[in-house]
Design a protein. Sequence first.
Length: 376
Amino acid sequence: MKKLQMVDLKSQYDKIKDTVNASIQEVLDTNTYINGPQVHQFQKNLEEYLDVKHVIPCANGTDALQIAMMGLDLKPGDEVITADFTFAATVEVIALLQLTPVLVDVNMVNMNISIEAIKKAITPKTKAIVPVHLFGRTVNMDAIMAIAKEYNLYVIEDNAQAIGANYTFADGTKKKAGTIGHVGATSFFPSKNLGCYGDGGAIFTNDDALAHKIRGIVNHGMYERYHHDVVGVNSRLDSIQAAVLNAKLPLLDSYNVARQNAARKYSAAFEGHKNIIAPTICEQCDCHVFHQYVLRIIDADRDALMQHLQEKGIPCAIYYPIPLHSQKAYADARYKEEDFPVTNQLVKEVIALSMHTELDDEQIKFITDSVLEFLK
């Protein structure tokens, strides 16, 4: 059996190395390392894939979120609602811009932001909602957009974990995650479903004026060299990373299908077990692209299971061990523990198993057998 890894980027690269290497060589041959042809081509390719008017590449996913908020002219003190159960980057950028983070609980069914919690958190100071498509599963965007319309709020989609996922609206139409709100942001960190070989990110929008402003922000506020029209930052996707992404984008759907198939095999092995709540998988399964495969372990020792797996050489992780409202940087007297019952429960139960495009049946069986061995 191949050595188990949380993410097997080496095996993935081995299958596409000729294409990737040739794409990178183009950059080396042209010596256009910033905003070169590969970047512009990737932008167009991703716009076509997502069916969105504007993709603005940038340096990383955290920058993408920050720049999206800068483009919306949010002011210090404006309240921005987001999920308590997610990676810190989501709330980090809110705080960096001197906006007021408003953390709310998630729902137990899919671990995404609670619609009822959003409604309760809205005040006259609320200006935006940041739904996170956590672990690759799309948020209830019908409900999010209805709330935004009712209260005149911006929606900034954190799509760092769900590139390629489809959201099906109540009327049966579909759109790609990240393209539904006023603006979306994603990351191309190497372990993402669409990852480069360094840092990278992008912002999506169908709003022409917003796209124009964001294009200036990512490049020091310049539209013309040495003319700084808006306050900007230095956040550009470099050409080598764009070259890697150009090589991998045509394979994204197949990568997501491979993850979905692995998730089905995991869940089939765990079906009906009294101590395991596995992710639910739709029949078509296009609403979840399984950036992570996360179990809930109930009435059993999650931490002891993790130690058991690690002793057998099986990588696993806890996403996320500490709620954001309990983090020193984001603690606030406004938050009461009773406001976060689901998050506080999830951090004690969740465990993520290996999930990547190269998982094979032998590896999945070894992992699932090892989990079941401990929970017998």
